[in-house]
Design a protein around this ligand. Structure first.
Ligand code: NDP
Length: 450
C-alpha cells in the first residue's frame, strides 16, 4: 500500500474506532485501490480519499410507534447519504435489531462502488432501523413504517435519494412506506422508492433481480474459468429475497440446490430443495425454515449453535452462495469450504466474507464473486424501475430480465478487464473495487472540492 492510502486508512481507524463494520469495508476498498491511487497523484492533491470515506450526510432520527397492546415503542432510524457524485443517493432500507450507525455506514459505503459498477447514474446511500419485524402483526409493521416515513420524507425524493428494500424490508413494507410518503406530500412521486408493487409503479423482475443477477455474474465468472453451473451441488445461506431467486436461477442453469437456511438453522434436502415450499413458508406464511420438514420429512434440519460455523456451511458443496448477512463466512468457515472442495463462492449478501476469509479463499484458488459486483443486479433493476417511472411506461418481464443479464455480463467484463490491467488474476474482489472506484473518482475530481 502507498503512503497516502496508509495515512487515510489510519485516520479512518482512529476517527471511527467504534465502527468495526465500517472500518472493515473501508479497509477492503482502500487496500485494493492503492495501486490506482499510486498512479494518480492528483487524488492526494485534492484529498480525494479523505472525502471519499466521509459521508456527505448522516441522518439519525427517533421512530416512535404504538404496538398492538397500546404501548409506545421507540426505535432508531437512519439514512446515510454517502456519495452523490454520479446520481441521486440510492440504496436499501434494512429493518433488523442489529442495525447501528456502523452497519449503515458500511452498507452505504459499499453501495457507492456497487452503483458505479452498474453503469447507471446512481449515488450511494443506505438506511434502516433497529426495529425487529419478526413476530410483529401487519398493523404494527404498518404503524412502524408510517412513523419511519414521517421523518424520512424530509430527506428523500426522486432526484435526491431513492430508498428500496433490504433485510426485513420487502414489498409489504415498501407499500406502507410509499403510502405514507404519498399522503404527506400529496403528490404521486412514483420514483421516490423502488421495489414497489406492480400495481403502483413497480418493475417486473425487481423481486427476482438480486438473486438472478448473482447467478448471471456467477455464470460469467465460471465460464471465464472454463466451468459452469450444470450439476453443481449448491448450498445457500439465507432463505429471503436474494436467496430464493438465486436458488431459482441456479436450478434453471442445472445446479442442484440442496440446502438453505435462516438465522436459526438450515435444511438439507439431498433430492434438491422444493423451492415452491420455501416460497410459501418465507414469502407467504413468514415461518421458520425448519417447518420445511412438515412437508418433507426426509429432509434434515440442523440448528445453528451460537459462536459456531452456521450449519449450512458444514455441508459439502461445489458452489456456496452466502445470501443472508455480513461476516457469515470467517476464516474458520473458509478453511472448511476449501477442505470440502468448494470451487466458487457467490456473495449475494453484502460483505458476507471477512477479509481474512476472502484472502484465504483466493489464495486457495476458490473463485469469489464479490458482493459489490455480484449482487448489483438488485440496485441496477431499481434504477430500471426509476427509468420506467420517469417514462410513465413499463417494460415486460423479459425486457427487464434481458437488461439485467446484460448489465451483469458487463459488470463481470469490467472486473475481468481491470483484473488484467492490474495483474490481479482471479482476485475479482480487488478488480471490482478498482472498477467501481474509477468512475466515482473521476466524477468527484470533475466536480471540484465539495
Ligand atoms: P431478507 O430479509 O429477505 O432475508 C434475509 C435472510 O437472511 C433471511 O433468511 C434471514 O433469516 C437471514 N438473516 C438475516 N440476518 C441474519 C443473521 N444475522 N444471521 C443469520 N441469518 C440472517 O433479506 P434480503 O434477501 O433482501 O437480503 C439478504 C442479503 O442480501 C443482505 O445482506 C442484503 O444487504 C443483501 N442484498 C439485498 C438486496 C435486495 O435487493 N434485497 C440487494 C443487494 C444485496 P431470518 O429470517 O432468520 O432473520
Amino acid at each position: 500500500m502507498n503512503r497516502y492510502t496508509e495515512k487515510v486508512l489510519a485516520s479512518v481507524h482512529e476517527k471511527n474506532s467504534h465502527e468495526k463494520e465500517f472500518i472493515q469495508a473501508v479497509d477492503e476498498v482502500l487496500k485494493s485501490i492503492a495501486p490506482m491511487v499510486e498512479k494518480n497523484p492528483n487524488f492526494e492533491a485534492t484529498s480525494l480519499l479523505e472525502r471519499l470515506v466521509e459521508p456527505e450526510r448522516i441522518i439519525s432520527f427517533r421512530v416512535p410507534w404504538v404496538d398492538d397492546n397500546g404501548k409506545v415503542q421507540v426505535n432508531r432510524g437512519f439514512r446515510v447519504q454517502f456519495n452523490g457524485a454520479i446520481g441521486p443517493y440510492k440504496g436499501g432500507l434494512r429493518f433488523h435489531p442489529s442495525v447501528n450507525q456502523s452497519i449503515m455506514k458500511f452498507l452505504a459505503f459499499e453501495q457507492i462502488f456497487k452503483n458505479a459498477l452498474t453503469g447507471l447514474p446512481i449515488g450511494g446511500g443506505k438506511g434502516g432501523s433497529d426495529f425487529d419485524p419478526k413476530g410483529k402483526s401487519d398493523n404494527e409493521i404498518m404503524r412502524f413504517c408510517q412513523s419511519f416515513m414521517n421523518e424520512l420524507q424530509r430527506h428523500i425524493g426522486h432526484n435526491l435519494d431513492v430508498p428500496a428494500g433490504d433485510i426485513g424490508v420487502g414489498g409489504r413494507e415498501i407499500g406502507y412506506l410509499f403510502g405514507q410518503y404519498r399522503k404527506i406530500k400529496n403528490q404521486y412521486e412514483a420514483g421516490v422508492l423502488t421495489g414497489k408493487g406492480l400495481e403502483y409503479g413497480g418493475s417486473l423482475a425487481r423481486k427476482e433481480a438480486t438473486g438472478f443477477g448473482l447467478i448471471y455474474f456467477m455464470r460469467e465468472m465460471l465460464e471465464a474459468n472454463n466451468l459452469n453451473l450444470k450439476d453443481k451441488i449448491t448450498t445457500i445461506s439465507g432463505s429471503g429475497n436474494v436467496a430464493i431467486y438465486a436458488a431459482q436461477k441456479a436450478v434453471e442453469y442445472g445446479a442442484k440446490v440442496v440446502a438453505m437456511s435462516d438465522s436459526n438453522g438450515c435444511i438439507y434436502d439431498e433430492n434438491g430443495i422444493d423451492l415452491d415450499e420455501i416460497k410459501r413458508l418465507k414469502e407467504v406464511e413468514r415461518l421458520r425454515i425448519k417447518e420445511y420438514l412438515t412437508k418433507h420429512p426426509n429432509a434434515k434440519y440442523m440448528e445453528n449453535i451460537k459462536g459456531e460455523t452456521p450449519k449450512v456451511y458444514t455441508i459439502k458443496a461445489d458452489i456456496v452462495l452466502p445470501c443472508a448477512t455480513q461476516n457469515d463466512i470467517n476464516l474458520e468457515t473458509a478453511k472448511l469450504l476449501v477442505e470440502n472442495g468448494t470451487i466458487a463462492v457467490g456473495e449475494g449478501a453484502n460483505m458476507p466474507t471477512t477479509i481474512e476469509a476472502i484472502d484465504y479463499l483466493i489464495e486457495h484458488k476458490v473463485l469469489l464473486a464479490p458482493a459489490k459486483a455480484a449482487n448489483a443486479g438488485g440496485v441496477a433493476t431499481s434504477a430500471l424501475e426509476m427509468s420506467q417511472n420517469s417514462m410513465r411506461y413499463s417494460w415486460s418481464f423479459e425486457e427487464v430480465d434481458e437488461k439485467l443479464n446484460e448489465i451483469m455480463t458487463n459488470i463481470f467484463k469490467a472486473c475481468k478487464e481491470t483484473s488484467k490491467e492490474y495483474n490481479l488474476g482471479i482476485n475479482y474482489v480487488a478488480s471490482a473495487n478498482i472498477a467501481g472506484f474509477k468512475k466515482v473518482a473521476h466524477a468527484m475530481m470533475a466536480q471540484g472540492i465539495i
